[in-house]
Structure formats: C-alpha cells, structure tokens
Write a protein that binds this ligand. Structure first.
Ligand code: SAM
Ligand code: SF4
Length: 482
C-alpha cells in the first residue's frame, strides 16, 4: 500500500532465522520483499526499528530458543517502545494470537502469509497496533487465492532474493552461498508422521507448477547460479497434473538439467517410498548435473516404532530402497535422520536402529531426541515415557556408531582429487598455520555433499575447484587446491 511507503523508508530491519532450508528460503524471500518495499537492513539488533524472527516448531528446544530471544527483545523494547518485533514462520502459525500476548511481540505472520509481510510491518510501524496473519483452518486445502499469492511472491522474490542478498549482506550473513540457490517445488506435507508438527504449521501438500519452477531456475542461471537445491518436505513425491500429463520429480530434474549454466542439481528431503523412486534414481544415474546424493530419513530401525510413527515402510523395505539406490547409482552418498526415545522405544527397538545405521552406511546422520509436539498424533495418544537420560544415552551411542561409519567412508578419499563448489570462508578454523600458508581457509562441497576444507583465494567463492585430499575426519575432508 502506497500510504505506508513513507513509513518504510529508512527503517532498519534485523532478521533472525531458525530452522530448516525451507525457513532459510522464506527468510531470503522476506528480506528481498522488504528491500523492494524501501526498508534497509542491519545486522545489529540494537540499531533495528524492526526485528523479525523466522521460527521453527519441529522440536520444543527450537521454540525455547525463540522464546528466550523474545525475552531479550522485551528488555530492549523497555527503552525503545517504538521498535516493532515480529514472529514469522512455523511458531507464528502454531501459536497465533497467543504470541501476540507476549510483551515483546507486535506482529505474527504464518508461513502462508509472508506475501503480506511488507504491509504488515509498515502497518505495525504506523499505528502501533498488533498484527496477526495466520491460516485459520490449516488442515484444509488452501484457498486458490492464497496459493496464487504465494506463487507470485515466490516467483518474483525467489530470483531476486539472491541478487538482493549480495547487495544487502556481508558474506557471513548471507543465506545462500554465492552461486547457489534454493527453489521450492512443493509446500506443506500430507504425511502426518505421528511425531511431526509440519502438517499442522505448513498445511497440506501443494506442488508448484513445473513451468514456474523451471522459469525460476532459468532466471537464477541467468544471474550466475550454478547449483540449485530443490526443496520439499517429501520432495520425491512431487507430482503435478497438467492436462493428460503428470509430472514427477524426475521430470523436473530432467527439464532443469537442460538449462545452460546450471551445473549441479540437488533435492531434499526424500521420503522412503517406492513411488517415483526408480525414475528419480534413473535421472540421477543418467544426468551428470543431478548430484549423487540422497537424504532419506529412516527415523528408526524398529518396525514397531515405524508403525507407531505412521511411517509407511518397514526397516527391510527401507534397506531395499538403499540397495536399489546403490545398484543404480554406485557412488551415491546417503544421509539419514533418526529420532531416539520415541514413546515405548525399548532397548531392543533401539538396537534395531543401531543395526540399521550399521547396515545403511550413511555418509552422515542427523539424530534427534524425541520431542513431543502439541497437537500431533503421538502427543495425543502416547506418553513421552523414555527418560531424558535414556534419550541422551541412545543419542550418544547412535552418534558414535555413525561416526565410525562416516570415518571409514571419508578415509576412502585420501589421496584422491575431488571437485567442489566453493561456498566461501570456512567458519571454523580447521587448518594449522603451516597448512594454511597464509591464505584464507575456504569450504566447499562435493557433488555427494562431502564438506571439503582447503586454502585458496576468497575469489573462488561460487566457483568450482579441484582439491586433493590429504587428511580426513568423520565429517570433513581436508586438502590442497590442485
Ligand atoms: N520432511 C522431512 C522428512 O520427512 O524427513 C523432514 C522433516 S523435519 C523438519 C526434520 C527432521 O526432524 C525429521 O526427519 C525428524 O528426524 C526430526 N523431527 C521431526 N519431528 C520431531 C520431533 N517431534 N522430535 C524429534 N525430532 C523430530
Ligand atoms: Fe513431518 Fe513426516 Fe511430513 Fe516429514 S514426511 S514433514 S516428518 S509429517
């Protein structure tokens, strides 16, 4: 709205983002939309007129971190009552008007309402009144106007976000590494795994039209993007019916592979289902651009717990999918997710998980302690009866099992040359001064998602480089530019 334009000009926004890649993408879109509307950005909360927090609800811990951040902002607001604090994302949708009752919060905006963000912020700055924009009936198919508004927002800012980021932010505050972008192919999720809050905060699955996805990737390629990661909660079940034809993920990957300038294509996260699994592997095997990497969460190795989690496969079926993946794409790297301490998980159930992790030979695993989420099936029907200490012990044990596998897999790279896409400066110092030879320490990833640390000029960020591996740790390869 034009009347708000003068309110926006020169106002400084600080955005803090929690959570997964979906949230990172939403943060980049929001930042880009606010930039277009005349706001400017600051990395310092103390200088901000507006603070936005993009939130995650997947585990209680993630929500606790946001609440403690809001506590800190409440203190700042005591001296600066005009500062506008907004909560956006999953927690905004989950808690809605309850969040507006928090002393620090002026604005609450769910993931489906982000196209309204500039007007909501400007409105709150103008009249000092609380603003609430969330979906009322989150489990119903979203109205067509909402889907269209999100599509318009995504198409416009999905491409611009990258350019604006490079203009707005220091490298360390950027969401996308140079030369890389995320492109959402679907929103929401229909699976209702019994532990998971996602369907309750992101709503039902809606797949984006392939033409819009491809157009966005083409525009990104025109701006110099080399790697695109396609995002979806169950990205491999992407399907879009257009006339007589139904497009699946393999079709999107094939079409995206034809785009000049795009060199690597990734997709996360996959669901262990046979549907569309073969075509996805075929395109990975056949296209040099589709990275040989699969993130395929198993969650547990116990069939009893899988049933209680409402995951529609057994451990045996899951291992068959891995086998198929490795036969079709021999050098594929696979990552997993596990939840330990799900209600009624016995030692025997846990040992089934340990066994699965040993057999799956993941490149790496994300291991989480079960966290009951209000409103989910597990929270309503099952008691969170595994003591915190047992959850912690199982988490540590599983990490140790995976670390051994990761170490063995990493060591296979010793003495080999790998091609990496350079992300930029490495955040942690890994190399000693003799190894670094006075050059900055860079980090990049292989097509199979291995993290590689080496020294080289910072100008390599966003470029491909070849590195000879001299040393390995479970999760990182170290080497020299060749
Ligand atoms: N859509 C993806 C999938 O199905 O694998 C990812 C969903 S979730 C954002 C990422 C991971 O968080 C899940 O794979 C699961 O391991 C973990 N997770 C989800 N809900 C959880 C809960 N209530 N407690 C602990 N971990 C949870
Ligand atoms: Fe959550 Fe399951 Fe959907 Fe993944 S597939 S987002 S774990 S409900």
């Amino acid at each position: 709205m034009l009347i708000y334009f003068s309110v926006r000009m020169g106002k400084h926004v600080h955005i803090k983002s929690f959570g997964c890649q979906m949230n990172k993408l939403d943060t980049a879109l929001v930042r880009s939309a606010l930039d277009k509307s005349g706001f400017t950005f600051t990395e310092k909360v103390e200088q901000a007129d507006v603070v936005l927090i993009n939130t995650c609800s997947v585990r209680e811990h993630a929500e606790q971190r946001v609440l403690s951040h809001l506590g800190h902002l409440k203190h700042i607001k005591e001296n600066r009552p005009d500062m506008v604090v907004g909560v956006i994302g999953c927690m905004a949708q989950r808690l809605g008007d309850k969040l507006l009752e928090h002393d620090a919060v002026d604005l609450v905006c769910g993931p489906a309402q982000i196209p309204q963000i500039a007007d909501l912020v400007a409105g709150a700055l103008q009249d000092g009144q609380g603003k609430l924009a969330v979906t009322e009936r989150i489990r119903q198919k979203p109205p067509e106007e909402q889907t269209q508004a999100l599509e318009k927002f995504e198409s416009a800012y999905g491409t611009l976000a990258l350019y604006r980021e490079s203009r707005i932010c220091n490298l360390q505050f950027r969401i996308f590494s140079p030369g890389q972008a995320f492109v959402r192919v679907m929103r929401g999720c229909n699976n209702f795994c019994s532990y998971c809050v996602v369907p309750f905060v992101r709503g039902p699955e809606v797949c984006r039209p392939p033409a819009a996805i491809i157009e966005q990737i083409r525009k990104l390629a025109d701006t110099g993007v080399k790697q695109v990661t396609l995002l979806g909660q169950t990205v491999n079940s992407y399907k879009y019916k257009s006339g007589e034809r139904t497009y699946c993920l393999a079709d999107v990957l094939e079409m995206a592979s034809d785009i000049d300038g795009i060199e690597w294509l990734r997709f996360v996260t996959s669901y262990p289902s046979r549907e569309f699994f073969d075509p996805m592997l075929q395109v990975m095997a056949g296209s040099p651009k589709v990275c040989n990497y699969l993130h395929l969460p198993a969650q547990t190795g116990s069939d009893k717990i899988l049933r209680a989690m409402n995951r529609n496969y057994t451990a045996g079926e899951y291992l068959e999918l891995l086998e198929k993946a490795r036969t079709t794409v021999p050098d594929i790297a696979i990552a997993g997710d596990f939840i330990v301490g799900f209600p009624a998980e016995t030692e025997e159930d846990f040992q089934a998980t340990v066994d699965l992790v040993k057999r799956a030979r993941y490149k790496n695993c994300f291991i989480f302690k079960y966290s009951p989420r209000p409103g989910t099936g597990a929270d309503k029907k099952l008691e969170d009866n595994i003591p915190a200490e047992v959850k912690r012990k199982r988490n540590t044990e599983l990490l140790a099992v995976q670390e051994k596998v990761s170490n063995e897999l990493s060591q296979r790279f010793l003495g080999k040359q790998v091609r990496v896409l350079v992300e930029g400066l490495s955040k942690k110092p890994h190399l000693d001064s003799a190894e670094s030879r006075g050059q900055p320490q860079l980090v990049g990833r292989t097509a199979t998602d291995y993290i590689v640390v080496f020294n080289g000029p910072q100008s390599l960020a966003g470029q491909f480089a070849k590195v000879k591996i001299a040393r390995t740790s479970p999760l990182t390869l170290f080497g020299e530019l060749t």
